[in-house]
Ligand binder design. Sequence first.
Ligand SMILES: Cc1cc2nc3c(=O)[nH]c(=O)nc-3n(C[C@H](O)[C@H](O)[C@H](O)COP(=O)(O)OP(=O)(O)OC[C@H]3O[C@@H](n4cnc5c(N)ncnc54)[C@H](O)[C@@H]3O)c2cc1C
Length: 374
Amino acid sequence: MHIAIIGAGVSGLLSALELVEHGCSVSIFDQQQAGRAASWAGGGILSPMYPWRYPHEVNTLAQHGKRLYQQLNEKISPVTGIDFEINESGMLIFDEDDFEIGLNYAERYQEPMQACEYLQREQLEQVNPHVGFAFQHAIYFPQIANVRNPRLLQSLIQYLKLHPKVQFFENTPISQLEFHNGQVTALISADRQKFHADQFVITTGAWSQKWAEPLQLDIPVRPVHGQMILFKAPENWLPTMCMNKVMYLIPRQDGHIVCGSSMSERGFDTTPVDAIRENILDASLEMVPELAQFPIVQQWAGLRPGTPEGIPYIGQMPEVRNLWANFGHFRNGLVMGPASAQLLRQMILQQPTLTDHQPYSPQRLIKHSALAIS
Ligand SMILES: Cc1cc2nc3c(=O)[nH]c(=O)nc-3n(C[C@H](O)[C@H](O)[C@H](O)COP(=O)(O)OP(=O)(O)OC[C@H]3O[C@@H](n4cnc5c(N)ncnc54)[C@H](O)[C@@H]3O)c2cc1C
């Protein structure tokens, strides 16, 4: 079976990997270089921030993230020579309003990834000696890890480019779908080339609204700008991730510390904004004042594929038998990536699914006006 995938972010690349490893051949298209959009810009925290604020459907896919990435790294790093570093740093959350609800959530659901404990200042200092005095206590999630996502993408792209059943088409925007008898027969690129396949997958992240008109669907995906700054501290300087008021610090093993993030709607513009940089800087220095001594070495912004509840669309598109979705992961596309790709592959190849696929169904995209008529 030959499968064409539109979009080479983490959703498209992991979907491609799942499908080729199960005997399919894959062509993967991106309008720019592969792996340079949201999946590159993200932080790589392998848990939804404050899991209790997210629907069960998000946590169900997210809980597999860390384990599946560990397996993937073991499998592909010997081939690609790239270790994408799953840093088991744990996470401290300082928001006092969330202490009780977080502890209750952990106890109620008993998910290993969300096991947590309450720390007083003295214990907090043992876990992370750099936390500012503004914080006298925290809840600590020792199991939460982060992945170095730019390296993850590099490793995936390299592995797939070496695979005999994969073809890459970068800098190839797909502008149209060709239909015949209720099926897609080809993708048409902006320069009018046609690409045929048996099955077609949309993994176009923040750009997915584009397909609403040709498919006559409501696709409520909008680009949500998120900005980051990057400090360079000495190797292993910050022992844990830190989170306060939806702002976070993510340490990489070589001393880089990713700090973010913001949420605003600015269309498809990814220019960093000075005022947002100041907000991120203030929040970062409040959590860890000693960061002020280290240089900021980079800043950037990316576009999250924002959806109303953050529940992605995974499965068969309405009315078109051979068209599939894996998009709309909003703030959690990296952590949900491996399980989302598995679920998609299981549905395309008619295999048993890792979880009930109904809550992710793209049937949710059917226009309310169309429903009213029928
Ligand atoms: C600042 C920030 C921090 C984040 N932090 C985290 C985090 O800590 N943990 C986490 O799990 N998630 C995080 N996220 C969210 C996560 O990055 C996204 O949910 C995820 O990357 C979405 O992946 P994707 O492959 O669907 O989209 P993308 O990575 O955006 O990929 C979509 C691709 O489709 C291509 N494309 C679009 N239209 C077309 C077309 N017509 N033809 C061809 N190609 C096309 C684009 O060029 C792009 O490469 C963060 C995001 C941001 C911005």
